[in-house]
Design a protein around this ligand. Structure first.
Ligand code: HEC
Length: 107
């Protein structure tokens, strides 16, 4: 009983600490993700509704791709397609979650 009580206390503390930085279940914040998209200059190669540039138009990417696919693709596009010319998205942790939340909102 003692051990169980201590563990649940530690879990609660960890949730509180991480909850201040990242929403529970790593949902991602699409407003912050929009800033990540701008900071990483994704728009050099992608448009949002005005047609293909070097990469595909991402205006509807949230309707065709899901979170798991984006989480695998963005950090290493070549892992999905070795001929891919897209550079690795330089976002990790909360930035990556937020970027994914933003992309999923595009539909
Ligand atoms: C140098 C150009 C370039 C940059 C910069 C770039 N991309 Fe891409 N991206 C591409 C290309 C080219 C493809 C298509 C690859 C293919 O068809 O296999 C692509 C594909 C994608 C896809 C997959 C679309 C789909 O549904 O198939 C997503 C999502 C994406 N990029 C997001 C991003 C994000 C987010 C950023 C910024 C972090 C970014 N890209 C930066 C060139 C780029």
């Amino acid at each position: 009983m003692m051990a169980k009580g201590r563990w649940s206390g530690m879990v609660a503390a960890a949730v509180l600490v991480s909850g201040a930085m990242v929403p529970l279940a790593a949902q991602g914040d699409k407003a912050k993700g929009e800033k990540v998209y701008a900071d990483l200059k994704c728009s050099m190669c992608h448009t949002l509704g005005t047609g293909k540039k070097m990469g595909p138009d991402l205006a509807k990417v949230g309707a065709t791709r899901d979170k798991a696919w984006l989480a695998k693709y963005l950090p290493d596009p070549k892992a999905v397609n070795p001929k891919n010319k897209m550079p690795k998205a330089k976002a990790t942790g909360a930035d990556l979650d937020n970027l994914i939340a933003y992309l999923l909102s595009l539909k």
